[in-house]
Ligand binder design. Structure first.
Ligand code: SF4
Ligand code: SF4
Length: 130
């Protein structure tokens, strides 16, 4: 039974934490983050979040997520989408997703080839709750 280390080895490049936007947070992400930081929502929002209508994201500073500093500084409080990345089940459905994700994440073991990678990903996903 494959494990995530069989298909992914994070290179700590930080690419996934860079850009002009971040993943969006759901209500449980916000609660987890507030609890982890020991701050109420108003204070967390003011300091760390960018709220656009119903979309809540993390602020960007110097081209990366405000929590990025040579790695994630908020691991236990990070959004679920950050925890999921890059083992994304969409790669099961479409090789194009595998190509897109593996080209933006050097930790994906794309040398396995899509067929083998997909077989192993299926086993990994079966063990996880998405
Ligand atoms: S892009 Fe991939 S390899 Fe780089 S830090 Fe993010 S998860 Fe790790
Ligand atoms: S919360 Fe952490 S893992 Fe998610 S984008 Fe920010 S620095 Fe990266």
């Amino acid at each position: 039974m494959a494990d995530d280390v069989d298909i992914f080895d994070c290179q700590q490049c930080g690419y996934c934490c860079h850009g002009e936007t971040t993943v969006s947070l759901d209500a449980r992400d916000v609660d987890r983050m507030c609890t982890h930081l020991g701050m109420d929502f108003a204070a967390v929002r003011e300091k760390y979040l960018r709220v656009t209508g119903k979309v809540i994201q993390m602020k960007i500073r110097d081209g990366h997520c405000i929590f990025y500093d040579n790695g994630c500084t908020i691991h236990p409080g990070k959004p679920w989408r950050c925890s999921q990345w890059p083992i994304h089940p969409s790669m099961l459905a479409d090789e194009a997703n595998f190509s897109a994700i593996s080209s933006s994440c050097p930790g994906i073991k794309k040398e396995l080839g899509y067929k083998r990678f997909r077989e192993m990903l299926q086993q990994v996903v079966a063990k996880q709750k998405f």
